[in-house]
Every structure is written in structure tokens, then in C-alpha cells.
Write a protein that binds this ligand. Sequence first.
Ligand code: MG
Length: 161
Amino acid sequence: MTRSGIGFDSHRFAEGRPLILGGVEIPAERGLVGHSDADALSHALVDALLGAGALGDIGVHFPDSDPRWKDTDSRVFLREAVTLLATRGLRPVHVDATVLTEEPRLAGHIHEIRESLAATLGLPLDSVSVKAKTGEGMGAIGRAEGLAVLALATVEEVSGA
Ligand code: MG
């Protein structure tokens, strides 16, 4: 049997911060503000994975009030989410995400981001999908105040568990 979970995250842009998505640093004039490395793609995927296991959310497991997570590489959260799923006898089989951002254009970085996420999650490349869309100039995304990510994760019961 498979189960699915959804995730969402958004972070504001600011000067002097790196732009990290899926563990990959993207060349950009501005990066994302956050307690950890502000990797909104990884955060949305963590919530999707946790959601598939009904395991709560990223704020429950990795509160931003905890100094341990300051500037943390968010791939740590992804790996921990996979570990938490394993305690429920579940493992990820597929993830899909859409990054909503006006800038920078991500098309040239999608493959590297997918490779990074596949390695972090222990999934084959063809089970990791990442897409990008602009906000067509509308709203906070369209004004490039920040970016947002929608994510979906599918997990399955580990046979014999
Ligand atoms: Mg976040």
C-alpha cells in the first residue's frame, strides 16, 4: 500500500544570504532568510514525507527555536524524515515538487537539484521530480519578495516490516 503527503514552504529573499534549493547552492543576487539554511525545497519535501507517515511537521521535529538547527544544512532534516518514516515501516518511493519563484530562472539547475535530492533520499533519479514556475508578476511571488514550494511525497510500506 502506498501513502501520500503534501508539503508547502516559503521564505523571504534577502541580500547576503545564499540561495540553497534541494541542497544545491544556486547563483543568485539574493538568497533566502531562515533559521537553518532556509532551503525551502527541502523543507517542503520534509513536510510531505512526514505527512505521508502522519508524523507531524518540520516545526515539531526541528523547531526554529532550537539553536542546534541554526544555519543547518537542511539535507539533515530530509535524512531524519526518512529515518522517522522507517520507524513506521515506511520508505519514500517518489517525490515531486514545484518551486514558485520569479527569479532566478531555475531551468539550468533542475537536473543538479534532482541529483542532490535523489542522493539524499536514497531514490533513483527518475523518482525525483522538481519543476519551476514563475508567479507571472502577480502577488508576493511575482514581486520576487520570496519564493514558495509545493511538494508531494509518496511512500510505501516496507515489505516484511
Ligand atoms: Mg522553511
